[in-house]
Write a protein that binds this ligand. Structure first.
Ligand code: FE2
Ligand code: FE2
Length: 200
């Protein structure tokens, strides 16, 4: 039987580091997207339909992200980190966020606490994301985990979760989010608006 050429230890380390970076980039891209959605929500005051849509979409995206981290990422992170507290705290934060998501799923924009609930969810998420990006992710740098296997599992699980949560059409989804944005003001109209406000 033909033997496969064993990879050198250095090559394995390089491949694992690259996979870990790819995982972190994927998670950071999710963070960036939801953080933008929370900002967009603030700008949509008075537009109940658009607000409901952004809440639905963001709750689904957060659910996918949280499940992906819990099912595929926090386990290896726990293995890699000396301070397991970091993962324990992240899991508790996920549980709190999920509770708020559940509340939001049974609310509509005319509920008294709709905007407040989404705003508080945004504050939780901002705090949680800061801890992951500033503490957890950097602490994983010299870990011995097989990140290549983790990346493969995450890529597959992500597709399955996207199907389950109705988020499979990534491009369509982006267009949907963009449809919620006011059209970018042309240079001319922006300067007209600026001079109008200056004239006030
Ligand atoms: Fe995250
Ligand atoms: Fe998380």
């Amino acid at each position: 039987m033909a033997e496969t050429t064993p990879r050198s230890a250095a090559a394995t380390t390089r491949a694992r580091n690259a996979a870990r970076e790819e995982i972190i980039e994927m998670l950071k891209a999710d963070h960036k997207k939801v953080k933008k959605a929370f900002k967009d929500f603030e700008k949509l005051e008075g537009d109940d339909e658009a607000r409901e849509q952004i809440v639905r979409q963001t709750c689904a995206e957060l659910t996918l992200h949280a499940e992906l981290e819990e099912q595929c990422f926090y386990g290896p992170a726990r293995e890699a980190l000396k301070e397991e507290d970091m993962v324990d705290e992240a899991e508790v934060e996920h549980a709190s966020a999920k509770w708020l998501i559940e509340q939001l799923q049974s609310m509509s924009a005319d509920d008294e606490k709709f905007a407040a609930t989404f705003t508080v969810l945004g504050e939780y998420i901002n705090h949680h994301v800061k801890e992951e990006e500033k503490e957890m992710f950097p602490s994983l740098e010299r870990s011995k985990v097989d990140w290549e296997a983790v990346l493969q599992e995450m890529t597959q699980r992500r597709q399955e979760l996207a199907q389950e949560l109705g988020l499979a059409e990534e491009e369509g989804e982006d267009e949907e989010m963009q449809a919620l944005q006011p059209p970018p003001a042309s240079r001319g109209s922006r300067s007209r608006a600026a001079s109008a406000s200056r004239g006030r």
